[in-house]
Design a protein around this ligand. Structure first.
Ligand code: C2E
Ligand code: CA
Ligand code: CA
Length: 533
């Protein structure tokens, strides 16, 4: 076993150890347990003693704190982390945000924050790649000082993590009082099994963090069971031996190159904030929100292909329409409204929501038959998210949007365009479609036959200009038209002399927009100008 340094050895050897980088950082990656991707890491201090071997924080940090050396140690680690990030940036390697620990003693040093900021700017590291961890116990004796330090960190743009949350003396109040960006919740406070009291406490902390829209990282996660439990209560971010021990720099670099990574998000939508169990309580806040503040929504269970609708709100009934009541919907079999193709799409979306833990969406046509309205086909866009699980049964929250009108307009447009293309054969007209995003043009048969165009013309309109279909004195104007289409102009038209014969044609464009109002396709046509006198 490694021998420990004595207090006097620690103090005596400190400066030299810093100079030689014998005091260094190891990195423990953090993962999103839902996706398996890495979303961060924490830097942890180590001391390599030439003859005693590796020394751990508990061996020397208390001595450094007593001797006012901790700030130098922390700044040194911060420097090393910046050096590491700089190397990643310079070599085009993945850059993953790294958290550094700030001792309680650093908080009392009014230069600390300016010092780390000086180091960061010296290396030119974007602030989003560095985070600062402060322990909850730093706030003992009052939150004013910690608040001012956190405000200063925020001014510079650092995210601040509350470390060891839950172990302290008044965790709940602290959350309310301090501007915390991320909470780190240590599994050791779970004391034993996830099923017992600890699980309930952790569950309620995660719940509360969600109401505050503050992401939680679970620390010290050692087993699959713990990780799954955290995920089941809505905390996906995991740090601990289950995924990885803290590793040396080189190994961490290798991991960050090989493992996919993602950004941490605080985008917890309303749904995630809702405690499924409370939906049954008519007095609960969840019921209030469900009934009043969200759009059309339903809650259903899914088990091996079976769907059971448990609740729908008023707005759901309005969206789906057909004069149905909640009881009508609950007592009917939802699958009866789907055709096979839609059913496959819908079920696939449910399965995706189960496997990703994220919101998943789909659009499906459904046929409703009611006493009052007879039969009608409607198109519904659904957003689904799993909010609970028991054995192989999932509780799913589903928001709905009736987009039938939108879809029908689309279909009508498509239909009229098709007819229009047929008509072009008879009407001395050339027609084509222009895909705005890809600059691809699809000509009608007539264009292909008379002008020798292929079925798909890329980088339109250049080939048409080159081929002399659009003469050079009109080329810039015609190019500009395509820029205008991109910017969302609805219609364009002009008389343009086409081909070498310079025959005047009436050239027209009509733009089609997608559901977000973005232009995506334009229908072009050219009709011979007939002199009617
Ligand atoms: P911490 O900030 O709570 O860091 C997490 C500690 O938990 C680390 O211990 C880490 O190795 C350990 N750990 C990680 N995953 C697991 C797990 O699955 N199970 C268990 N049982 N432990 C796990 P470490 O590296 O010994 O650090 C201990 C403490 O020393 C840290 O606790 C932190 O408070 C302090 N520390 C570490 N580095 C620094 C530093 O650079 N500056 C300052 N001021 N304090 C530091
Ligand atoms: Ca920490
Ligand atoms: Ca911790």
């Amino acid at each position: 076993m490694d021998k420990k340094m004595s207090a006097s050895e620690i103090v005596r050897n400190f400066d030299e150890a810093i100079r030689n980088d014998d005091i260094y950082a190891v990195y423990q990656p953090q993962f999103n347990h839902s996706t398996g991707r890495m979303m961060g890491a924490e830097a942890l201090i180590r001391w390599r003693h030439p003859s005693y071997g590796t020394q751990y924080p508990s061996d020397f940090i208390p001595v450094l704190e007593e001797n006012d050396l901790i700030i130098d140690a922390d700044l040194h680690i911060f420097d090393l982390v910046c050096r590491f990030q700089k190397n990643c940036i310079d070599n085009n390697l993945p850059v993953i945000p790294i958290s550094v620990n700030m001792s309680r003693h650093d908080i009392f040093n009014k230069n600390y924050v300016d010092e780390i900021e000086r180091i960061r700017t010296r290396y030119g590291i974007p602030v989003k790649y560095l985070r600062v961890e402060i322990t909850e116990t730093s706030a003992i004796g009052g939150t004013e000082l910690v608040t001012s330090v956190m405000n200063k960190l925020h001014e510079y743009g650092y995210l601040v993590e509350m470390d060891d949350f839950g172990c302290g003396y008044s965790s709940l109040n602290i959350l309310k009082d301090l501007p915390v960006d991320i909470i780190k919740l240590d599994m050791k406070f779970l004391s034993g099994d996830v099923g017992g009291r600890g699980g309930i406490i952790i569950g309620s902390i995660v719940q509360m963090a969600k109401w505050l829209n503050t992401p939680v990282i679970a620390e010290g996660v050692e087993t699959r069971e713990q990780a799954d439990f955290m995920k089941s209560i809505g905390c996906n971010y995991i740090q601990g031996y289950y995924y990885s021990k803290p590793v040396p720099e080189k190994e961490f670099l290798e991991m960050s190159r090989q493992i996919e990574h993602e950004k941490m998000t605080r985008a917890l939508s309303l749904i995630e904030n809702i405690n499924a169990g409370k939906f049954w309580d008519p007095e609960s806040l969840e019921t209030l929100i469900f009934s009043n503040f969200v759009g059309g929504a339903a809650i259903f269970t899914y088990k091996k292909g079976d769907i059971n609708i448990l609740r729908v709100n008023e707005k759901y009934l309005e969206e789906v329409g057909m004069n149905q009541s909640e009881q009508d919907i609950i007592h009917s079999n939802i699958w009866d409204t789907f055709e096979d193709e839609s059913k496959a799409i819908y079920e696939d979306t449910i399965k995706r929501a189960i496997s990703t833990g994220d919101e998943e969406r789909c659009e499906t046509w459904r046929t409703f038959v009611t006493d009052c309205c007879g039969e009608d086909k409607i198109c519904i866009r659904s957003y689904m998210r799993v909010i609970g699980k028991a054995a192989d049964q999932y509780l799913i929250y589903c928001m709905v949007h009736n987009i039938t009108a939108e879809r029908k307009n689309f279909a009508a447009l498509y239909d009229s365009e098709r007819r229009f293309r047929f008509a072009s054969e008879q009407a001395n007209m050339y027609a084509w479609e222009y895909m705005i995003d890809t600059k691809e043009m699809r000509p009608c048969f007539r264009c292909m036959r008379d002008l020798g165009l292929p079925p798909l013309v890329k980088n339109y309109p250049e080939p048409a200009i080159e081929a002399g279909i659009f003469p050079s004195d009109y080329a810039d104007m015609y190019r500009d038209w395509h820029r205008q289409l991109e910017q969302g102009v609805k219609e364009l038209e002009a008389i343009i002399p086409l081909t070498v014969s310079r025959t005047p044609f009436h050239v027209r464009y009509t733009t089609e927009f997608d559901e977000n109002g973005k232009p995506f396709k334009a229908y072009g046509s050219a009709t011979l100008v007939v002199e009617d006198d």
